[in-house]
Design a protein. Structure first.
Length: 267
């Protein structure tokens, strides 16, 4: 079923791109940047790499910044001072229409695609948003944007640097010093972490955390590999900590075998 949905989405995207190319891109000479909607769905890592760009935009433009995020990555934006409002994208036609209505209600003038690759869902959202300014990296779906900037070669550039190129669309020149990840920890969460550390670890020792959870099970290294990594790290005079998602706690326990402390979020 999912394969069929993916196939159908790609067919519809192709049709959308053809229509967009026939009508051509409308260039806006009088661009307004008082309300900007940035779009970045998917996982936490996907959101973190957007924070340098969001920070520089907020620093340089007197704008209200909106972010269309996913339930899985909103934690990155929750306490970010560079974001004024977070909108959670709910999958399905209903969620899609909710976003379109919200864009019109708020009077957003500019929408920015923060995806490094083509997202069918995001392409449809941007194309049908009715927004004057549609910005993004130059990709296969470039005809849906009013302005694009060249996408740097992924083989020779980090995704943070590639996304910072979008600054040029706002007449802001990227700088290598901009490539800093921003993540603000909630005070309550910070207190929980500090209490856990003080309770379980000796002072004056560095802590090395090993995260076993990722966005996909296909990325899991395997129990034996993680054990070998921990054995290697135990050669150093450090505290070791296993980090995992609630779903992977049993795997963490098997890796630890009662020898390494485990921390996981209960959310």
């Amino acid at each position: 079923m999912k394969k069929f949905e993916f196939f159908l989405k790609n067919i519809l995207l192709r049709i959308l791109l053809i229509i967009s190319s026939l009508f051509g891109k409308k260039q806006n000479n009088n661009e307004v940047f008082s309300k900007i909607l940035f779009i970045r769905l998917n996982k936490i890592g996907d959101a973190l790499v957007t924070t340098p760009l969001l920070h520089r935009i907020k620093q340089n433009l007197n704008c209200k910044s909106y972010i269309l995020a996913d339930k899985k990555n909103r934690i990155v934006y929750d306490n970010n001072p560079d974001i004024d409002r977070i909108i959670i994208f709910n999958k399905g036609i209903k969620g899609f229409l909710e976003v379109i209505r919200y864009i019109k209600k708020e009077g957003i003038q500019t929408v920015v695609d923060l995806h490094d690759d083509v997202s069918t869902t995001v392409s449809f959202l941007i194309a049908l948003s009715g927004v004057k300014n549609k910005f993004g990296l130059e990709k296969e779906n470039k005809t849906i944007y009013t302005k694009t900037v060249g996408r740097l070669d992924p083989a020779n550039s980090h995704v943070v640097v590639r996304l910072l190129e979008i600054l040029k669309l706002f007449d802001i020149e990227p700088d290598s010093n901009d490539a800093k990840i921003y993540f603000t920890i909630d005070a309550a969460d910070k207190k929980i972490a500090n209490n856990f550390i003080h309770k379980n670890f000796a002072k004056n020792k560095k802590i090395i955390g090993v995260n076993i959870s990722s966005g996909s099970k296909a990325r899991f290294w395997g129990i034996s590999r993680f054990r070998k990594l921990l054995e290697y790290l135990q050669k150093y005079d450090v505290n070791l900590l296993l980090l995992s998602s609630p779903e992977d706690v049993k795997l963490a326990e098997e890796i630890s075998n009662g020898t390494i402390k485990i921390f996981f979020s209960k959310q």
